[in-house]
Design a binder for this molecule. Sequence first.
Ligand code: NDP
Ligand code: 2IT
Length: 446
Amino acid sequence: MQRAVEETYQQVLRRDPDQPEFHQALLEVLRSLDLLVEREPDYAAVLSRIVEPERVIMFRVPWQDRDDNIRVNRGFRTQFNSAIGPYKGGLRFHPSVNLSVIKFLAFEQILKNSLTGLPIGGGKGGSDFDPKGKTDSEVMRFCQSFMTELAHHIGPNTDIPAGDIGVGAREIGYLFGQFKRLRKAYEAGVLTGKGLSYGGSLIRPEATGYGCAYFAEEMLKSRGDSLDGKKVLVSGSGNVAQFCIEKVNALGGRCITMSDSSGYVLDEDGIDTEKCEFLMALKNERRGRVSEYADKFKGAKFVPNAKPWGIAADFAFPCATQNEVDAEDAASLVKNGCRGVCEGANMPSTPEAVEVYNEHRLMFGPGKAANAGGGATSALEMSQNSQRMMWSREDVDARLRKIMTNIHEAAVQAAERVGMPDNLLHGANIAGFTKVADAMMSHGIV
Ligand code: NDP
Ligand code: 2IT
């Protein structure tokens, strides 16, 4: 590694030795930036600043459960980089959330948001609160308490949160309601992923999953191929997975798996439109487990405590969570004929899994490029809020598709710039970084 790159990494390890997820995300990016700095050494000057968040906020979130017990969770918001726009990124509610997880996600978000071509910086937040098994009233009280503190730090021109794992339409509604009450003003652009009745954008719920399928279509197109007729594995069964399945189907593919933390479902007949509707109602309304899908549809089977990566298929879309595909899983994918992996989730492949993809020349769409459609459409929601207008479904979807095409193109070009054609991971890291770094250099040492 170039000296400046290595020193930057060592400094982070010394300062925050207990943040493995952040180290992993950072090292992956630094390996790409090493190629850039070797050719364009001026960029080295930005490294020590871009790895340090502009601000980290941690706070107590007290709330009362249904039996009047006092519960205390921890809230986070990492405002990582505002060089090209206000901090932007989701909120994750999951028991595994800690500062390392939030910093890895916020760091990824800087480069991802830059890739969209829209003026949004990078941030992420959340809590170790577990919405599973909680009543709507408990979730509402938690969201109100969380927002009571977070409201001091966000605004339509400073920091704009959205959803992520465990934060969907219900949570965004409660968070917005409390923000509006505290602020005594209607600042619609403070959150994205809002309901359509109060400032949401058409296609925002669909955007991450649709965008991921569009990105895979671009990767295949560059090789004269398409998703049409492809057998596809999907993991997860939440927001990203649901709309990824829907769009892959629409593009002629056949999705045969989904999963949650209890196991996976295999449906060789394909998760068609009707079954996808059942899945959405199961997950978004009844908040049940994927095993119920296998109870409902003949031919589908539920495999507990396992991941879907051992099933033979042409393409894989990991859409659940970080590090869900390891080297062994990657080897199974390869052995069973898989030709490409497109990441709906953030950092779902371990570095060792990515090595296996590269060794076997799989097409690889890294998360920060392939799942950027969510953040991009959030920025389109902000534009509509500023205009006090609402664009049509067709309009937003066409913009999303164009953005995904542009991201693919930018990653291809940046990969060529450092002599690594076809390596979209290096390409995405470098294309995302250079725009932010150029802005930081213009701003002086701040
Ligand atoms: P949801 O909460 O809607 O769904 C998450 C899914 O992943 C569920 O099926 C969940 O299963 C599963 N999952 C979560 N954590 C784990 C775990 N530790 N082990 C196994 N399975 C797990 O979240 P999203 O669909 O919004 O997010 C999925 C991924 O996509 C995340 O990595 C997120 O960061 C990323 N992403 C999301 C965007 C968005 O717009 N929502 C945008 C870009 C990326 P269970 O219910 O059992 O926990
Ligand atoms: O990881 C992500 O890009 C998100 N959770 C969505 C961020 C956003 O601001 O819509």
